[in-house]
Design a protein around this ligand. Structure first.
Ligand code: SF4
Length: 300
């Protein structure tokens, strides 16, 4: 075996810092940095684009570079692809066929063909009343071939402004949680049940979930993750059709659309209840074990 080069050592040091930083947040000490976290290829399905080469959505082409008129009109082949991935082949087009979006957030660029078909079908969606108050429709972000997908309930203020899920303080905590798993934001996929911000961050209403959930299912079919993590009460209870408190749902494997799902607390909740980070870390370690990722040993 050849000795690690400087790049590998720097990468290992970066992973170690991320793990230690999050474990520091948890109040854990004495943990060894898992050497097997060097297996950076593990999180990505064989044949997928290496994460190190995947451009983060935030560094993609500027939003302003996308004139409306430049967006190609969906032709028959694209409509058929959309119908296939949406799972409603043969369904008539919406009577209020959405117009192309005026501008695309960075996260909506560089999508896989399957995700592009879903995004095109959403268009400038007006299928529920949440469209009235949105700045951006927040579609999703991450590796289109991710092995792991996080699902939240819906965009908040920061997400609505930037068009990308989990970018505020809670999103930064989620990023640290992902790093502590030995992964990066670019290696996982992150989405929400509803794509538009509910007013005053209220819970999405049943008609809004009903209008939008099909697009989340289509995203899951497009990405084909091996595991889902439902972040928070609304995501867990809505996806599972189970009103059990998330404090009792968390930590137990369930299933959604045929994909194993781990419910856990929302990062925003953890910002207010730091003591429960330990519980979330236990849930994430279960996810890591399921995906065959190195699980850091428990503290002594
Ligand atoms: Fe459309 Fe979903 Fe936004 Fe409602 S929340 S307007 S269904 S994209």
């Amino acid at each position: 075996m050849s000795p690690p080069d400087d790049t590998s050592l720097r990468e290992l040091a970066s992973i170690a810092r991320a793990v230690l930083a999050f474990q520091g947040e948890l109040g854990l000490t004495g943990l060894d940095v898992p050497a097997t976290l060097l297996r950076r290829g593990a999180p990505t399905r064989p044949g997928a684009q290496p994460a190190a080469k995947a451009a983060p959505a935030s560094t993609a082409t500027p939003v302003s570079a996308a004139p409306v008129s430049a967006a190609p009109a969906p032709d028959q082949a694209r409509r058929e692809a959309a119908a296939a991935v949406m799972g409603f082949a043969g369904a008539p087009p919406s009577p209020r066929r959405p117009a192309p979006p005026r501008s695309l957030p960075a996260a909506d660029r560089n999508l896989s063909p399957e995700l592009r078909a879903v995004r095109d079908e959403l268009g400038d969606c007006t299928r529920c009343k949440l469209h009235k108050g949105r700045t951006h429709l927040v579609f999703g972000v991450g590796n289109p071939q991710a092995r792991l997908m996080f699902v939240g309930e819906g965009p908040g203020r920061d997400e609505d402004l930037q068009g990308e899920p989990f970018v505020g303080a809670a999103g930064q905590l989620l990023d640290r949680m992902i790093k502590a798993m030995g992964l990066s934001r670019a290696e996982v996929y992150i989405g929400n049940i509803v794509k538009c911000r509910p007013p005053q961050n209220r819970d999405p209403e049943p008609d809004e979930v009903a209008a939008c959930e099909g697009f989340l299912k289509a995203q899951i079919r497009a990405v084909k993750p091996e595991a889902l993590v439902a972040l928070g009460r609304i995501a867990a209870q809505t996806l599972l059709r189970d009103p059990t408190p998330v404090s009792r749902l968390r930590g137990q494997w369930r299933e959604y659309e045929g994909v194993p799902l781990m419910p856990t607390f929302h990062p925003a909740y953890l910002l207010r209840n730091a003591a429960d980070k330990r519980l979330v870390w236990a849930d994430l370690q279960a996810v890591m074990a399921r995906l065959g990722l190195a699980v850091p040993p428990k503290s002594t």
